[in-house]
Ligand binder design. Structure first.
Ligand SMILES: *[C@@H]1O[C@H](CO)[C@@H](O)[C@H](O)[C@H]1NC(C)=O
Ligand SMILES: *[C@@H]1O[C@H](CO)[C@@H](O)[C@H](O)[C@H]1NC(C)=O
Ligand SMILES: *[C@@H]1O[C@H](CO)[C@@H](O)[C@H](O)[C@H]1NC(C)=O
Ligand SMILES: *[C@@H]1O[C@H](CO)[C@@H](O)[C@H](O)[C@H]1NC(C)=O
Ligand SMILES: *[C@@H]1O[C@H](CO)[C@@H](O)[C@H](O)[C@H]1NC(C)=O
Length: 477
């Protein structure tokens, strides 16, 4: 009993001590000084970006103290304030906004605890005030810098400095939507702690360097919308943690990688709008975590049946339009129970359309136009009603729909009715016509006349029409 009381008392005392310590700590924080050198370096750096009219005089005693400013964060190191985050650009109303003719001052590299540096919507004019990223001095930030981001800066031109390669602690390197040109320096392969590498929407050209073998912590890899050429580097297969791989909208050629099979955690792969060829590689079916696979607009070629699609059970979006794919649409696609979007337009697909596709519970877009799929569309009325215009099957000259099954409103756009119905007309469609909707009947006739000349002789077509007219007359009378 006594010992419990003692322990309780001890805990109480410790609690009080903690509280007061924290209060004292708080006071310390507020009055913590900033070294003069650090403050001068910070002010000069900010002036370089914001303009000389900014002098920080309204900040007492410094931007880390009582009057913090948007975009600047500080931390205590050995009792002194140091800047750790510098965000330049109009993120918030009261952010540091950029001067037109902003410059990187050398003092930037004296901010020895700088962890995060970012520029948003800052370098605006490519013509009047172009700016380049400093080539040198990055080694001074090497031990601290974890995040370096430039977003939406059209006036930021020049190359990616190969000096970035010294930033060994970098977790995030983002150069998104700037005017950056030239090749990606191979020193980027030194950045083995990167989790995010985004160089999208610039004017980068040349090959993608084959330097990713150390980057097994990378989660996001995005080089999309540049002018990169050459083949996919095989060390992309070392990005074993990657969730997203996007090299779309470039001029990449060559084949898909067998090393893709190593990307066991990838959820999105976007290779669209390139010049990749050589067919579907088996490595694709090993990427079993993929949720979105987009490879449209590549002259890839190859037979769709080459893959065991049923292995890719997590697929939700499969966009393979305009890839020169041949063969039939494999039945195994209908085992991808999470599939929401299936795009196979403008290929050279043949064979019949399996009605099993309609058993996909989540499917809400199915585009098959511009192929040579043949035979009848045997989807149910319910399925076609659900899909509406999100079922596209036009420009398949030998594909047709069964007339009795589908109501006028849900006839697949650009698809003709089946001939087979015509041959059965005399035997069983009379009752159908009598019981059926008149408007549908008319539509039926109109479509018939429109489409049948393609396959049957003219005489047969005429005969059909006369026969049909006769029937309709009888009904109307
Ligand atoms: C700082 O700028 C303010 C106006 O923005 C001005 O009144 C003040 O004199 C300047 N201080 C220095 C040291 O330049
Ligand atoms: C893949 O994801 C799983 C689950 O999120 C994780 O445990 C595993 O470490 C990841 N693999 C790699 C290579 O990152
Ligand atoms: C569609 O249905 C018709 C008649 O029921 C059948 O002959 C044909 O094989 C079916 N087509 C497909 C692709 O299942
Ligand atoms: C489409 O397929 C049919 C046979 O299934 C074939 O006769 C025809 O030539 C093909 N059309 C084209 C444009 O390949
Ligand atoms: C046929 O369609 C017209 C308008 O499109 C509609 O007013 C009429 O009721 C329809 N007739 C039948 C029998 O459904």
């Amino acid at each position: 009993m006594k010992s419990i009381k003692t322990v309780g008392h001890a805990i109480f005392v410790i609690f009080i001590l903690c509280l007061s310590a924290r209060c004292c700590g708080q006071e310390d924080l507020d009055i913590a000084p900033m070294e003069k050198a650090e403050q001068e370096a910070l002010y000069s750096t900010i002036q370089g970006f914001v303009g000389n009219s900014w002098n920080g005089s309204d900040l007492y005693p410094d931007p880390c103290g009582w009057t913090p400013i948007q975009g600047v964060s500080c931390d205590l190191f050995n009792g002194f304030w140091y800047v750790t985050v510098l965000n330049i650009g109009p993120v918030h109303d009261n952010s540091l906004s950029c001067a037109q003719d902003l410059e990187f001052r050398p003092e930037l590299f004296s901010l020895k605890h700088l962890k995060s540096l970012s520029f948003f919507n800052c370098f605006q004019s490519k013509n009047s005030f172009p700016a380049t990223i400093p080539a040198r001095n990055w080694e001074k930030l090497a031990s601290s810098l974890e995040t370096l981001e430039f977003r939406s800066n059209p006036g930021l031109i020049g190359n990616i400095p190969s000096g970035f390669g010294v930033l060994k602690n970098l977790r995030s390197l983002v150069l998104l939507e700037n005017g950056v040109t030239g090749e990606i320096p191979s020193s980027i392969g030194n950045l083995v702690k990167l989790k995010k590498l985004v160089l999208a929407e610039n004017y980068l050209n040349g090959r993608i360097p084959d330097v990713f073998d150390g980057m097994n912590e990378l989660l996001i890899f995005d080089l999309s919308s540049n002018s990169l050429s050459g083949s996919l580097p095989s060390t992309l297969g070392s990005l074993t943690s990657a969730l997203k791989l996007d090299v779309s909208h470039n001029d990449l050629e060559g084949t898909l990688l067998k090393e893709f099979a190593n990307l066991k955690n990838l959820t999105l792969m976007d290779l669209r709008n390139n010049k990749l060829s050589g067919g579907l590689t088996l490595s694709l079916q090993e990427m079993q975590s993929l949720e979105e696979l987009v490879m449209s607009n590549n002259p890839l070629g190859g037979d769709m049946r080459a893959l065991e699609w049923e292995n890719m059970k997590n697929l939700e979006i499969l966009e393979l339009s305009n890839m020169g794919l041949t063969g039939e649409i494999p039945e195994s696609i209908s085992e991808l129970k999470r599939l929401r979007f299936l795009g196979l337009s403008n290929n050279k697909l043949t064979g019949n359309l399996s009605p099993k596709l309609e058993t996909l519970p989540c499917l809400n877009a199915l585009y098959l136009s511009g192929n040579n799929i043949t035979g009848e569309i045997n989807f149910s009325k319910e399925f076609l009603e659900k899909m509406g215009r999100r079922f596209g099957a036009w420009r398949n000259p030998n594909l047709c729909y069964q007339v009795g099954v589908i109501s006028t409103n849900h006839v697949p756009y650009g698809v003709k009715p089946c001939q087979r119905e015509v041959n059965l007309l005399e035997s069983n469609s009379k009752t159908e016509l009598i019981n059926g909707d008149r408007n549908e009947t008319f539509h039926f006739i109109v479509s018939k006349g429109f489409s049948s000349s393609a396959t049957n002789g003219l005489w047969w077509t005429l005969m059909e029409e006369i026969l049909m007219m006769g029937l309709v007359l009888i009904i109307l009378i």
